[in-house]
Design a protein around this ligand. Structure first.
Ligand code: ADP
Length: 527
């Protein structure tokens, strides 16, 4: 224990876990109030140990201005998983004892993925990162190393980005470290990447977390109360003598994130997840549909806590006055019997989704069945921006380095006082003298940390402008738009003859040109 700066110094603090800012996902950072940082004797860039059901480590970053005075710590789904906590839990935060990693062995987290990537390339994306054996990490180009980086960063990042292009980000499990404990990846670390996944407890890997869902904060809050809480703490409901919900109905247009929401809550609650699809189950041979439903409920009870997700429930259970065949009637009554018979007291919850809430059999909406509902609507502008942030996470975005905008941002940063004032002042002078966007960017790059912040604000602005032009788009449309924008870039390079399928190796300078700009999105919008 170190007695240093004043009497309030403590060994550990307990903070409430909150979700990460969208742009922070995958960066390995946590944000919490300065007051607690001082108590622990840490500052931005230092490493803290996080203890929940597991132990992991993360880099401290500036708190979000809106969080001032709150006892919360923001972290993404990977860190939450690594620390064994969920949103709303308390986590113990300590100053970490960190050693330099001599060696770190990584393996792809997804089964069936076979990769061949030189360890050094992955290392570039993880420099500065503290890791613990068993951690789940994501390596993407957006995980900008927190402090500056090497002059080769851009080149290597370009190379790395190009490989998983179209496959999203690469997730790795830390299989081993030398030495043990919390180790930091540095230039000296040997990083070995195994080509294939090793056995890990699959359900512990968050495939979808709340941070993967944009523009649905109300729906997320509701589903956490209605589903996550009873799954995690059925005793609360027992104590209060109230029945936890058995069924929740999600309604809204297709492609708005209903399935994502069900998967995310299952992951956050560590629940077994079984998805069935209305039309699919109905297309089975007579008799088999009911049998299949019984099996599903049995599997759910045996593996509780569980979530059964029924997509397009209107196909199974249309209103009785609509044309209903014998099969439908039998399937509906089977479903109702199974739900009425659920004895696992909150440990099994059925989530159903529909585009047409008024088209389903009212018998399903009675108390004890699908008696709660959550609207999953078309996103507004802010929602569209969040969704775009999510779907461009693994993408090399390139913002405009417009001089006036950059100067405005720098001046604002200066007035907020969160960065070194002298550095900001000299940067402002250099940017004022810049003659074009290239020079603006060059000037910024001389201050790694400030550059990263300005860049992330410029990207934010870029996505906001795209959100402005995509009125009426739902999540699925925006995901498709992002993919299409990346294809625009690829096609252009192919047309220019810079890339061809026959090429054995794509030259690094071409990979560097794989940057997706605002104009590429606009081009994609025209199609
Ligand atoms: P639904 O179940 O409402 O028809 P899905 O959840 O299956 O919609 O969404 C389809 C895809 O569209 C998702 O896998 C995701 O890529 C994207 N998507 C839809 N809604 C959202 C959202 N709110 N945030 C982020 N991505 C979304």
């Amino acid at each position: 224990m170190i007695f240093g700066k004043g009497p309030e110094r403590v060994d550990e603090v307990k903070l409430r876990v909150a979700e990460a800012l969208k742009r922070d996902v995958g960066r390995g950072i946590v944000r919490f109030d300065r007051k607690y940082q001082r108590q622990l004797g840490v500052e931005p860039g230092d490493i803290v140990e996080l203890v929940g059901e597991r132990t992991t480590a993360a880099i401290v970053a500036n708190p979000h201005p809106d969080d001032r005075g709150l006892d919360i710590i923001r972290m993404d789904g990977y860190i939450r998983r690594n620390a064994g906590v969920s949103i709303g839990d308390y986590v113990t935060v300590k100053r970490a004892e960190v050693q330099e990693a001599k060696k770190v062995v990584l393996a792809p987290a997804q089964k069936g993925v076979f990769i061949q990537i030189p360890g050094d390339l992955v290392k570039q994306n993880l420099l500065g990162r503290p890791v613990v054996k068993g951690d789940l990490l994501v390596a993407s180009n957006r995980s900008e190393t927190y402090y500056g980086g090497s002059p080769f960063d851009d080149l290597l990042r370009g190379l790395f980005e190009a490989m998983p292009l179209g496959f999203g980000e690469l997730k790795f499990v830390v299989v081993n470290t030398v030495p043990k404990g919390i180790v930091q990846i540095t230039y000296n670390t040997e990083v070995e990447v195994l080509p294939q996944a090793v056995e890990v407890r699959e359900e512990s890997i968050p495939e979808v977390t709340y941070e993967d869902i944009g523009g649905l904060s109300d729906a997320i809050q509701k589903i956490r109360e209605m589903v996550e809480l009873p799954l995690k703490h059925p005793e609360l409901f027992e104590r209060l003598g109230i029945e936890p919900p058995k069924g929740v109905l999600l309604y809204g247009p297709p492609g708005t994130g209903k399935t994502l929401l069900a998967k995310a809550v299952a992951n956050e609650a560590n629940a077994h997840f079984i998805a069935i699809n209305g039309p699919e189950i109905m297309s089975k041979f007579y008799g088999e549909s009911e049998e299949r439903l019984r099996e599903i409920f049995k599997e759910a009870e045996e593996n509780a806590p569980s979530i059964i997700f029924i997509d397009e429930i209107d196909a199974i259970a249309p209103k009785r006055e609509e044309v209903v065949g014998e099969v439908e009637k039998r399937v509906v009554s089977q479903l109702l019997t199974l739900m009425d018979g659920l004895k696992s007291r909150g440990k099994v919850i059925v989530i159903a989704a529909t585009n047409r809430p008024d088209a389903i059999d009212p018998a399903l909406r009675r108390p004890g069945r699908f008696d709660r509902e959550i609207e999953v609507g078309v996103p507004d502008k802010q929602g569209r921006k969040e969704i775009l942030q999510i779907h461009t996470r693994g993408m090399p975005l390139e913002p405009d380095y417009d001089k006036a905008t950059v100067l405005r941002i720098l001046r604002e940063m200066k007035s907020k006082g969160s960065f070194d004032e002298k550095k900001l002042e000299s940067l402002i002078r250099r940017v004022e003298e810049a003659r074009d966007e290239g020079e603006v960017k060059e000037a910024l790059k001389s201050e790694g940390e400030i550059y990263a912040e300005v860049r992330s604000r410029l990207i934010d602005k870029m996505l906001e402008e795209i959100a402005d032009k995509t009125h009426g788009f739902v999540g699925a449309d925006l995901a498709a738009l992002a993919r299409e924008a990346a294809m625009v870039v690829l096609r252009r390079l192919i047309n220019e003859g810079k890339i061809s399928p026959e090429q054995e190796k794509i030259p690094p300078e071409v990979l560097q040109e794989l940057r997706v700009r605002k104009e590429d999105f606009y081009e994609a919008l025209k199609m």
